[in-house]
Design a protein around this ligand. Structure first.
Ligand SMILES: Cc1ncc(COP(=O)(O)O)c(C=O)c1O
Length: 425
């Protein structure tokens, strides 16, 4: 009998029958509150009726309208709709299927546009699992160990992870910018540096918002040296952080932006946007692929952007995110094993630490497992795996957040001891 490869790891034992909104219905008959959204993908919730209708309609028209052979309407419509939300000046877009592919495409574009070889990434960043994307990923050795040699020309600089260093944010930012300047003097000269690649909020690296002052410091240095600033908004984009783009918490704007995940509510599609001037420095045909910009995914993307706008989902993400974070901080006050709660919008991380302040990997893993027992689906992240991350759908309601908090607290209590008498959110 054939079985699934053990190479694939599954965070929960759940087998899904069907799903709707924030809920996953298992073949075991249980109803799970889904605070994973397929790793931040089902932005409009599972099977939003408008996304389902758009995809169904498109399947009946054409499924694979290969976009370097013929053009199709959904991709033109998606490009126009993206134009309403893309940062000023980023008026040219092309498409791929996944986040990793889009990251690789952005790197190829930056190298061609500048004629320079090197890319600077920031410690804890996650940019994907294909070889080039894994070469750019420093969110844990598990993403690159065992299949070197990786892509050359990648240099890592410090990330201002204030909690880890035990500093305030301003000190951490100052330190990380100094380290970057030092890297540009000691390892990769500005004239050899094509791009800085950063997530506006670290995803797999621990759900850490990137401090606005750091983003702005990167912009200054990119302008000074003619280096392209690439924002990887694969996880943080499309309303996830309570703004449409995660970088909008700062005044910094990108030269190249990458989006995927939440843009089509679960259909695979990714987009890379830059100015026409930047795009025109790469040669026609330098990017493409068999499946990129799939017609059904693009139709789902158009519907998703419509729903995000019509239902005010960016604002819902902000408000429900504040509710979620306040509830998590209240839980933190009752459980010292929670060292840090942080995040933006509906992208919240709970970092577990020992009394000595070191990462408590075992408790985080046990809590993540225990949430499933409470019918709440969660994931872990962070280089050490000691952060539980909560990523509800952008359509999540006040009562669903409340239920999620109660279930999360029950899971923590089940792992570290009975819920204190004062508990209850
Ligand atoms: C910020 C970021 N970039 C890139 C990727 C890679 O995307 P994919 O898994 O679609 O290749 C991810 C995936 O989690 C991500 O979070």
């Amino acid at each position: 009998m054939t079985s699934l490869s053990p190479i694939l790891k599954q965070a929960t034992p759940v087998v899904v029958d069907h799903a709707l909104g924030s809920w996953i219905y298992g073949t075991d008959g249980r109803e799970y509150l889904d605070f994973t959204t397929g790793i931040g993908v089902t932005s409009t919730g599972h099977c939003h009726p408008k996304v389902v209708a758009a995809a169904r309609e498109q399947v009946g028209k054409i499924i694979h309208a290969q976009y370097t052979t013929v053009m199709h309407k959904p991709l033109l419509e998606l490009t126009e709709k993206l134009g309403d939300v893309l940062p000023t000046g980023l008026d040219s877009v092309f498409y791929a299927n996944s986040g990793s592919e889009a990251v690789e495409a952005a790197i190829r574009l930056a190298r061609m546009a500048t004629g320079r070889p090197n890319i600077v990434v920031f410690q804890g960043g996650f940019h994907g699992r294909t070889v080039a994307a894994a070469s750019l990923t420093t969110a844990g050795t598990k993403f690159s160990a065992g299949y070197s040699p990786l892509m050359a020309g990648v240099h890592m600089s410090a990330f201002p992870y204030a909690y880890r260093y035990g500093w305030d944010e301003a000190t951490a930012v100052e330190f990380a910018l100094q380290e970057l300047d030092y890297l540009l003097k000691t390892r990769t000269a500005p004239n050899d540096t094509a791009a800085f690649l950063i997530e506006p909020a670290l995803g797999d690296g621990g759900y850490l918002p990137t401090p606005p002052a750091f983003m702005e410091g990167l912009r200054e240095r990119a302008d000074l040296h003619g280096i392209k600033l690439i924002f990887d908004e694969v996880q943080a984009g499309v309303g996830r952080t309570g703004k449409f783009w995660g970088h909008q918490y700062s005044t910094a704007t990108p030269d190249i932006i990458i989006t995927a995940k939440g843009i089509a509510s679960g259909f695979p599609i990714s987009a890379i946007a830059a100015s026409t001037e930047t795009m025109s420095k790469a040669w026609p045909g330098s990017q493409g692929g068999t499946y990129g910009g799939n017609a059904v995914s693009a139709a789902a993307g158009v519907a998703t952007l419509g729903v995000v706008e019509e239902e005010g989902l960016v604002e819902n993400s902000r408000v429900r995110g504040l509710q979620l974070q306040a509830g998590l901080k209240a839980i933190q006050s009752r459980f010292p094993v929670i060292g840090n709660v942080r995040g933006l919008g509906l992208m919240q991380g709970i970092e577990f630490t020992t009394p000595k302040g070191t990462p408590d990997v075992a408790t985080a893993a046990a809590v993540q497992q225990a949430t499933t027992d409470q019918d709440l689906l969660t994931l872990t992240c962070g280089p050490e795996g000691n952060v539980v991350r909560l990523i509800p759908a952008l359509v999540v309601t006040e009562s669903e957040i409340e239920a999620g908090l109660q279930r999360f607290e029950a899971a923590v209590g089940a792992v570290v001891g009975a819920v204190p008498a004062t508990a209850g959110v």
